[in-house]
Design a protein around this ligand. Sequence first.
Ligand code: PGA
Length: 254
Amino acid sequence: MARRLLIAGNWKMNQTKREAVAFAEAVATRLAAGRPDADLLICPPATLVDAMTGASSGSGLAIGGQDCHTAKNGAHTGDIAAPMLKDLGASHVIVGHSERRADHGETNAVVRDKAAAAHASGLVAIICIGETEAERDAGKTLAIVESQFAQSLPAGATPDNTVIAYEPVWAIGTGRTPPLPEVAEVHAAIRASAENALGAEAAARLRILYGGSMKPSNARELLALDDVDGGLIGGASLKVEDYWAIVTAGTAAV
Ligand code: PGA
């Protein structure tokens, strides 16, 4: 089953408007010269979504949010609702990133409701799951990832409105990645869980991204793994050259 790669950048709390627009324009120029066989997405801070959807309009570079509230509006100071992201031209939103789970106490139930809110607004939810280093050391990786998957997936999830990102917490921003067989094993387990939840046909179409210290030098081998259908890239997505190197490494790998 051929799944189209999704090369997604997660900019976290970085970049100014000028940097963001320059990035979008530079990627648009590259896309005008030739479209790689992959979907391209950048998730900047919410402050930059409007400028980036404007600068990338029609280019093939999609723009997404990094989080959304479970409610579509209301008295939630400082929060962003999924319809607001949609209103600015976003197509995707990350939910349940480990930094949100850790910094904001987001549980699987909250993540599931956020993904449902994304779906209700017509956004694709990128649901993040992954074990901590202590959980890995205790041999609990598969159990943790399987339960996070089952509990974070909302009713109505399909391969068209949902992407899963497997991000080992200990690999994020550390320069460390799991050995390739371990990545392959976890992704296969997630796909098996997806078969239980969604059925075999939908599970075969579901995209499962790897995230955690993906960079130009390791992207090709990670993206060549059978059940790795793209990347969620933090630090290495901030510079056009690095992001584009991962895009080209990925498309060479499949
Ligand atoms: P990193 O972050 O690529 O900087 O490790 C990935 C992520 O947190 O999504």
